[in-house]
Design a protein around this ligand. Structure first.
Ligand code: GTP
Ligand code: MG
Length: 388
């Protein structure tokens, strides 16, 4: 089951209460306070992990509770701190506060994590209130409540390239031809019901990820068909590949189909509509593909490619074109990212470059002072050195 958006209710653990207790033991009069502290409550941590590819584990369970810290006990026993609850999500999951609608954190890379609900702090036992003035304290503090939070987890797949097109345009077939992904393919619309990601290797040591999403139709922004819900899976893609079928089975005009998808894209997100787009005519071994290519090129004033997943025509060129464009985008990105990096570096306190060696340890005065030797000689010996 593929799940890409869930709302979950999180509550971190409560801290354990502190304990009020006095030492009572035969022959130990006024034993003093010995109530231990409680243990800290567990926090809830969300972590992106490689290999997790859907939010399915949250689909049937809305409430997640982290364990409470154990209370303190007599004889100076502190309560056990509860172990944090770690929940694993796919890389690319945005953690959103459901009440105030802001992104708490975008967990992009495997290993990225965020403490979404902090565990309650432990309560203090009466032993910790002991002082010279107050030698028999009867006070303790309760453990704090853990944070509770309603969050939305929204998976936006991490792909470099997104495939767009009407249903049945041949998106899944293209993905299966250029990568090891094996999406479902069939000769009817809406075969694909959830996104598929495939990794393409243009050269043995380079790769990019391609996302195939369910087809869009007119009115997708109003929820027609599968809606444009799945467009979020291409939101992170720097490059879109728009497939146009030359002879749709419903007899519609391919150029109009192209414009419909563009329109839907714009109504979903104007920002996404501005992304780089490569337009291709699929199934080009079928008759009538070339006139469609020419008509599209005229309508878009752009280069339009012909590909065929059946004969393999145009596929290596398309892969090379995508790889080149991605490399250009990657080369352009550091220039815009650079100011961020420098401001971050400026904010950080770093040691001067030359001062990396550890400081020499200072010896205690009885080993370095004037009397060090003297005191050594005067030490009582418990064996006779001469006799050894
Ligand atoms: N002749 C020919 N048929 C193709 C080609 N590529 C795909 N097809 C056929 O087109 C049909 C639809 O292909 P899919 O890959 O499932 O299309 P899709 O765009 O993923 O469709 P949805 O998942 O429904 O949105 C299948 O029957 C494929 O066999 C091609 O290059 N040539
Ligand atoms: Mg498909």
């Amino acid at each position: 089951m593929f799940v890409d958006r869930v709302e979950i209710d999180l509550r971190a653990g409560r801290g354990g209460n502190g304990c009020v207790s006095f030492r009572r033991e035969k022959y130990v009069p006024r034993g003093g306070p010995d109530g231990g502290d409680g243990g800290d409550g567990a926090s809830i941590i969300l972590e992106a992990r490689e290999g997790v590819n859907s939010l399915a584990q949250f689909a049937n369970r809305k409430f997640w509770r982290a364990p409470n810290g154990a209370p303190g006990q007599g004889s100076g026993c502190n309560g056990r701190a509860a172990r944090d609850l770690k929940l694993y999500v796919p890389p690319g999951t945005a953690v959103i506060d459901a009440k105030q609608h802001f992104v708490i954190k975008d967990l992009l890379k495997p290993g990225d994590s965020v403490v979404v609900a902090r565990g309650g702090k432990r309560g203090r036992g009466n032993a910790s209130f002991k002082s010279a003035q107050n030698q028999a304290p009867r006070e303790s503090t309760p453990g704090e409540e853990g944070e509770s939070r309603l969050v939305i987890l929204e998976l936006k797949s991490i792909a470099d390239v997104g495939l767009l097109g009407m249903p049945n345009a041949g998106k899944s077939t293209l993905l299966s031809r250029i990568s090891a992904a094996r999406p479902e393919i069939a000769n009817y619309p809406f075969t694909t019901k959830h996104p598929n990601i495939g990794i393409v290797h243009p050269t043995p040591d380079t790769s990019f990820a391609v996302a195939d999403i369910p087809g869009l139709i007119e009115g997708a922004s109003e929820g027609v068909g599968l809606g444009h819900e799945f467009l979020r899976h291409v939101e992170r893609a720097g490059l879109l590949v728009h497939l146009v079928e030359p002879a749709p089975s419903d007899g519609s005009d391919p150029v109009l189909n192209y414009q419909t998808i563009r329109h839907e894209l714009e109504s979903y997100s104007p920002e996404l509509a501005k992304r780089d787009e490569i337009v291709v005519v699929s199934k080009c071994e079928l008759p009538g593909a070339e006139p469609v290519r020419d008509a599209l090129a005229e309508a878009t004033q752009r280069e339009v490619r012909l590909i065929s997943a059946v004969t393999g025509q145009g596929l290596p060129e398309l892969i090379q074109r995508i790889a080149r464009r991605l490399a250009e985008l990657a080369a352009a990105a550091p220039a815009t990212a650079a100011p961020d990096a420098s401001t971050e570096a400026a904010g950080r306190i770093t040691a001067p470059a030359g001062d990396r060696s550890p400081k020499p340890r200072r010896l205690p005065p009885h080993l370095t002072g004037l009397t060090a030797k003297l005191s050594d000689e005067r030490q009582p010996r418990d064996f006779d050195e001469a006799g050894q």
